[in-house]
Write a protein of this length. Sequence first.
Length: 277
Amino acid sequence: MSKALTEAQVAHYRDRGFLSPVSALTADTAAIARAKLEEHEAQVGGVLGPLHRSKSHLLFTWVDDIMRHDPLLDAVEDLIGPNILCWNTIFWIKEPRTESYVGWHQDLQYWGLDNDELVSVWVALSPATEQSGCMSVMPGSHRELIDHDETYHENNLLTRGQELKIDVRDREIVAMPLQPGEASFHNVKAAHGSGPNRSDDRRIGLSMHYMPTHTVQTLAEWDSAALVRGVDEYGHFEHGPRPEYDLAPDAVAFHAKAAGALREIVYAGAEQVDPTL
């Protein structure tokens, strides 16, 4: 029996490769998270840098709390079962009136994971509208693998500037606008992307990538993931410490190792390496 999602929602996810919107956090909780993010940015004198953008749950207690939020995990459990790892958390921030975008891509193509059971949860911390560049998805694309070009375009927020080698105008496209606290769910093979932020507010999203514990990393001998529910009988990923407070030294040290491993994985086989990831 499902814990959070209806049978119709689960069926939609299986058939179409995505589900949106899903209630994840209260609007107040999302506002508090945004305030904490922007408080940190004010302290360091700039927007969240690439060093802290990925594996953020190892650095900030409030990100760790969102990642482990029980109602959110209940929905994830309905899709992939009770034993759950979170492979990565990453912020997707587009400043107002800027050209940053996310090219059309499929994550499974370059994450090195050995199955397509991973579900990505994208939580809005500010309004994600079509004007501000919300995510769009290509329904049914989780049933195929599509080749990519690596453009390294300066405005593409992806590591290699990935772009699908197809004309997306020939496919069905569904926009997934979200209000603060709402989330979208998509399969790791689902093709997705987003356009520039034409609004007067920042578009801030936090994505979390959940997978069953039997998953294996194929592109590296060592990788990390957080055990967020159930038990891990496989031990394919090192779990790492939960931060006792923001930027706790032991968590920062583990984050440096984990972020370095992640960088090597997402650039495996690439001709060009961007050291700013």
